[in-house]
Design a protein around this ligand. Structure first.
Ligand code: ZN
Length: 294
C-alpha cells in the first residue's frame, strides 16, 4: 500500500529503528525493493533524484510503474523525491503522485534554506505529502566532504530550523558523504553530534551517504536516532557485480535471465540491510493514519 513517509518515520523514531530509502531507476530495482520489503514485512521508501530521472528514468514513465506495484504490495511504501532542488522538479513530483518530497536547500545560506523550505512546506501540505529537508551539507565522498566539519549540522541552528519550518524529518550532516569513499576508508561519524541533535529535535533524522560507511557505524547511528537511511551506491554496485559475475560465467546468458540475476542479488542485499537496521516485522502500525499529516 502507498503511504506517506511521516507516519512511517514517526513510528520508527518512537521505536528506535530505521527504514531504508532505496534509489530506483528500473523495473528490476523496483521489484527488488518491494519484494524484499514484503519478505521482511517491513515498510520501505522508493527514492529517485532529479539527476536520476533526467539521466535515465523519466518520471512520466517510471511513476506509473512505482504506483501500480506499490499499491498492490502488502507493506507500506512511500514514494519520495530525493534531493529536490528546483520548484519545477518538486511540483512535478507532487502532481505525479509522490507521497513525500525532499527539499535540499543545504547549499543555501541558513536563512534562505528556511525561507525556501517553508514555501515547499505549504506546497507539500496541499498534496498531503510529507517533507524532508537538509541542514548542514552531506557532500561528496570523493571530494573528502565527510571530513569537512564546517559542513556538519549545527545543533542550535537545527533547533531554530525545525521550529520555523516544521518539516517531518531532517537530513543531518554528521560525517558521511555521497558516493564511494576512497578504497579502504571508513568515514568517522560524529556520534556525539547525532546524540545531541536527536535529544534537541526529537524528530525522525535521516542519514545520507551511508554507502560504504560500514555495518558498525550504521547500527550505532540507528541506535542514536537515525530513522531513514538512503541507499544507492552500495546497491547499484552490488547489482552491477552480480551482472558481471553472471556474464563472466555464462557469456551467452539470455538477457531476461541476466536481469533477473541482478534483481535477485539486489533483493537479497536489501533484505539483509532491512534486518540490520531493525525494520523487519514493523509494518503493523496503524497505516490508516498514514495519509493524515496535520
Ligand atoms: Zn543524499
Amino acid at each position: 500500500m502507498i503511504t506517506s513517509m511521516k507516519s512511517m518515520l514517526d513510528h520508527a523514531s518512537e521505536n528506535n529503528y530505521a527504514v531504508m530509502a532505496v534509489n530506483c531507476v528500473s523495473m528490476e530495482i523496483l521489484r527488488a525493493i518491494i519484494d524484499a520489503a514484503e519478505e521482511q514485512h517491513s515498510p520501505i521508501i522508493v527514492n529517485i533524484s532529479p539527476r536520476q530521472f533526467k539521466a535515465h528514468a523519466p518520471l512520466e514513465l517510471i511513476v506509473p510503474m512505482y504506483t501500480s506495484y506499490a499499491a498492490s504490495a502488502s507493506v507500506p511504501i512511500a514514494l519520495n523525491l530525493d534531493h529536490g532542488q528546483s520548484y519545477e522538479d518538486i511540483t512535478k513530483a507532487l502532481r505525479l503522485g509522490f507521497t513525500s518530497v525532499m527539499f535540499d536547500g543545504s547549499t543555501l545560506p541558513f536563512e534562505k534554506n528556511i525561507e525556501y523550505t517553508r514555501i515547499i512546506r505549504s506546497l507539500s501540505r496541499e498534496y498531503a505529502c510529507s517533507l524532508e529537508a537538509e541542514l548542514g551539507h552531506v557532500g561528496v565522498a570523493a571530494e573528502g566532504d565527510d571530513e569537512t566539519n564546517a559542513l556538519y549540522t549545527d545543533v542550535d541552528e537545527a533547533v531554530q530550523f525545525i521550529q520555523q519550518t516544521q518539516v517531518d524529518c531532517l537530513a543531518v550532516a554528521i560525517g558521511t558523504a555521497h558516493g564511494s569513499y576512497p578504497k579502504g576508508k571508513k568515514p568517522k561519524i560524529d556520534f556525539n553530534r547525532l546524540k545531541e541533535l536527536k535529544e534537541a529535535l526529537k524528530i525522525p533524522l535521516v542519514l545520507h551517504g551511508g554507502s560504504g560507511a560500514g555495518e558498525e557505524n550504521i547500527r550505532r547511528a540507528v541506535q542514536l536516532g537515525i530513522n531513514k537511511i538512503n541507499v544507492c551506491t552500495d546497491l547499484f554496485n552490488h547489482g552491477r557485480e552480480a551482472l558481471r559475475t553472471a556474464l563472466t560465467e555464462t557469456p551467452h546468458i539470455d538477457l531476461m535471465d541476466l536481469q533477473h540475476v541482478s534483481q535477485l542479488a539486489m533483493k537479497d542485499y536489501i533484505k539483509n540491510y532491512i534486518a540490520m537496521i531493525g525494520s523487519s516485522n514493523r509494518y503493523d502500525y496503524d497505516v490508516s493514519k498514514a495519509k493524515a499529516l496535520d
